[in-house]
Write a protein that binds this ligand. Structure first.
Ligand SMILES: Nc1ncnc2c1ncn2[C@@H]1O[C@H](COP(=O)(O)OP(=O)(O)OP(=O)(O)O)[C@@H](O)[C@H]1O
Ligand SMILES: [Mg+2]
Length: 364
């Protein structure tokens, strides 16, 4: 039975910059259930990372957040038999960004792995993302041994001794495929390769057994065999502890393998949401259809395949098109309709929604 863990309601994030206002997230809605993986795809700059950061109340300045992000938090030590369970609901957009609650949630109850910008393969990296990453609170410290960094994270969120924390650190390093983990635990980050550092970040995120993992391009920097190992670890943890995963990626092969459901974002909005099979075999939104043209048949191309670029360019954020923001690029553009009316979220199949006027009775 589906039990909501995170409900994002009408999330909006605006950046007031010199040129005007960027609506990085513009009325985004999403429910993530316990134990489920939701994949998020969409072109660079569509608001994926900003949404992820909003969940952790970590939107960088001068970002302004509105809407709700409801976290259904189980009371500590609550029974998991579904009968005597007690949950409280916390709006993560309203908690003190430096307070005790968010400190427990961030990295403890909700783990995170952020994209590694310097080694990213995305040629069109958004400047905002680069700024975000630079100020991220969750880089590895260059002056601390990696084992101590894992131990400290575990100790901040779980009642364990230093020795137990170290044992967990070694075990996590082994799990993420770091060779000789009992020696590597005493290494500093600069003694590891970029791919190994990313694996340490993953070990830290998973070390507290979070109820949800936010994985923002978690394996982009890794080679294919390590990537497969990491994805296996995430799946294992998901099965053993009912962990939800918000999986952000440009890699359609990976998302097809990992996700139960997929959300497609365009210009800060969800434009389509469906079960993974429906989305790949029966995409409804012309934007999703264009994105998927990069993979003629699912699974036939090598797993490193990334989203194709699609016709036209992303509109100027300071001068958005009228009506449906995708209309200037849309192969199914209907003049007098798509440039006039704003599409609404419409059910287009069983557990399948799209934000497109093709499926709405308007303007007739
Ligand atoms: N700190 C910031 N200041 C100003 N604009 C920002 C900031 N952070 C993000 N943005 C803008 O918000 C929008 C969404 O950015 P976001 O990083 O969420 O994109 P993304 O979908 O994660 O892209 P990518 O696939 O490249 O990672 C972009 O237009 C970006 O330039
Ligand atoms: Mg991003």
């Amino acid at each position: 039975m589906s039990e909501p863990l995170i409900e994002i309601k009408d999330l909006r994030v605006e950046f007031n910059v010199r040129e005007g206002v960027v609506k990085a997230v513009d009325g985004f809605n999403l429910t993530i259930n316990r134990g489920e993986t939701v994949g998020v795809i969409g072109e660079s700059g569509c608001g994926k990372s900003v949404t992820a950061r909003a969940i952790l109340n970590m939107v960088p300045k001068p970002g302004k957040v509105s809407g709700e992000i409801l976290y259904h938090r189980r009371a500590k030590g609550a029974a998991t038999d579904g009968l005597s369970r007690t949950t409280e609901v916390i709006d993560l957009t309203k908690v003190d960004p430096d307070g005790e609650t968010i400190r427990q949630v961030r990295g403890g109850e909700i783990g995170m792995i952020f994209q590694e910008p310097m080694s990213s393969l995305t040629p069109v990296y958004s400047v905002g993302t680069l700024i975000n990453e630079a100020v991220s609170l969750h880089r590895l410290s260059p002056v601390k041994k990696i084992g101590d960094q894992i131990t400290e994270t575990v100790q901040a969120h779980r009642r364990v001794t230093k020795a137990e924390g170290r044992a967990i650190a070694i075990e996590m390093l082994r799990k993420v495929g770091i060779p000789k983990p009992n020696e590597r635990v005493d290494n500093y980050p600069h003694q590891l390769s970029g791919g190994q550092r990313q694996r340490v970040m993953i070990a830290i995120a998973l070390s507290c057994e979070p109820v949800m993992l936010i994985a923002d391009e978690p394996t982009t920097a890794l080679d294919v065999s390590i990537e497969a190992q990491i994805l296996d670890i995430m799946r294992e943890l998901q099965e053993s502890s009912d962990m939800a995963i918000l999986f952000i990626t440009h890699n359609l092969g990976v998302v097809a393998n990992m996700a139960h459901e997929i959300v497609v974002m365009y210009m800060g909005k969800a434009v389509e949401r469906a079960k993974v099979q429906d989305l790949f075999y029966n995409p409804k939104h012309p934007y999703t259809q264009s994105l998927l043209q990069s993979i003629p048949k699912l699974g036939q191309k090598k797993s490193g395949e990334r989203l194709a670029s699609i016709a036209g360019s992303v509109p100027n954020p300071f001068n958005l098109p009228s009506g449906c923001v995708f209309h200037p690029r849309c192969p199914a553009f209907m003049p007098g309709k798509c440039d006039v009316f704003t599409p609404k979220w419409t059910q287009v199949g069983e557990e399948h929604w799209a934000n497109c006027l093709l499926y709405e009775e308007v303007g007739k």
